[in-house]
Ligand binder design. Structure first.
Ligand code: MRU
Length: 351
């Protein structure tokens, strides 16, 4: 594969137009798709064309801009009502990653409290705030990288699950940020990427982006993780997250809980990397997180080919919850947090 060209950004805002790199086509096709309206943005988030917690927050923020750009003739009050409606609509696309509602609430709050008296001025503020969320995310990823890179020692083996990489953010990712940073610092280590059934984010996205960046990455099926741990090849696990609750429980891609349990069994440190926008202090614990249930077809077929009997019952939750006691530490842009998480999360991320 030719890796010499620069990839389009996961989310791009250019001359008032929004583009998403269509991640459902990766790694075979690299196509950036223009988003014409809020309905298309909703659909792109739902179908995982754009995915990963921070990226869907950014996508939702610009989605508001796309949804509101033809409402400039409304009164200021009318604009605000329409903005709240559009935010609620976009928020209904995926429930688990808190970054989406966080970004939408931040923009609606900022515009509502601005005291501006015209739709045009409100629209300009909305776009500025979306651009700020986008730029902040890039800087936050760098911070996670700086704090987490020291965990990766020379010759280490690092396991990750799903894609919490650059494709899931506007920067160097969250779980991958320590890896990219340690690699840039010249450390040699191996990354093992779980393929991540059923939608293969680990195979299609993580192994692809790390390989492209020159890291030593080995793809494994999800059910091989215990075996590579037993061989002593893994010294560290780093995963991303869609929501960290007030007690330090985390939701992440289905299969993460299993990895955490295995890491505990083998005495391997299990770290979660996350930006502040993923911390949800309003939700007490993991049991309170809404877990997205996705279509059965994702499990009953592999690509175009059906791999299960017709009418089989299917369970397809997109995420699971890892309890805080299985987590060695949470790598954030403000440092690495250790248990007990509750107090530290409030101190660092409370208002
Ligand atoms: O369903 P996805 O592909 O959006 O799931 C993504 C994950 O679970 C990531 O690990 C999480 O969003 C963190 S991304 C920095």
């Amino acid at each position: 594969m030719n890796t010499s060209f620069k990839l389009p950004g996961t989310v791009e805002w250019k001359n008032g137009e929004l583009y998403f790199l269509d991640q459902t086509l990766l790694p075979l096709e690299i196509i950036s798709e223009k988003q014409e309206n809020a309905e298309q943005v909703w659909d792109s988030i739902k179908r995982l064309k754009v995915r990963g917690a921070p990226a869907i927050g950014i996508a939702g923020a610009y989605g508001l801009a796309v949804g509101m750009r033809n409402k400039l003739r409304l009164s200021a009050d009318g604009f605000l009502k329409e903005l709240a409606r559009c935010a609620e609509y976009l928020n209904s696309s995926r429930p688990t990653a808190v970054n989406l509602s966080w970004a939408l609430k931040r923009i609606v709050g900022r515009v509502s409290e601005s005291g501006l008296d015209s739709a045009e001025a409100m629209y300009r503020l909305l776009v500025t705030e979306a651009e700020l969320i986008h730029a902040e995310d890039r800087a936050i990823c760098e911070g996670i990288g700086r704090h987490g890179a020291g965990l990766i020692k020379e010759e280490a083996g690092v396991l990750t699950h799903c894609n919490a990489g650059s494709l899931a953010t506007s920067g160097i990712g969250t779980a991958t940020a320590p890896m990219y940073t340690a690699h840039a610092e010249g450390r040699r280590f191996r990354v093992f990427s779980d393929e991540t059934r059923p939608l293969l984010q680990g195979a299609r996205l993580t192994s692809w982006e790390l390989q492209r960046a020159g890291l030593d990455v080995t793809l494994i099926c999800d059910n091989m993780a215990a075996s590579v741990m037993a061989k002593g090849w893994i010294n560290l696990v780093i995963v991303g997250t869609d929501r960290v609750t007030a007690n330090g429980d985390v939701a992440n891609k289905i299969g993460t809980l299993g990895v955490a349990v295995m890491a505990k069994h083998f005495g391997i440190p299990f770290y979660v990397a996350c930006p502040s926008s993923t911390v949800d202090l309003a939700t007490a614990c993991g049991a309170d997180i809404e877990i997205e249930e996705r279509d059965a077809e994702e499990v009953t077929s592999f690509g175009e080919r059906r791999t299960a009997p017709e009418n089989i019952k299917v369970c397809n939750p997109a995420f699971d919850v890892t309890p805080n006691e299985l987590i060695t530490g949470i790598i954030t842009e403000k440092g690495i947090i250790k248990a007990p998480y509750g107090e530290t999360l409030v101190r660092l991320f409370g208002k």
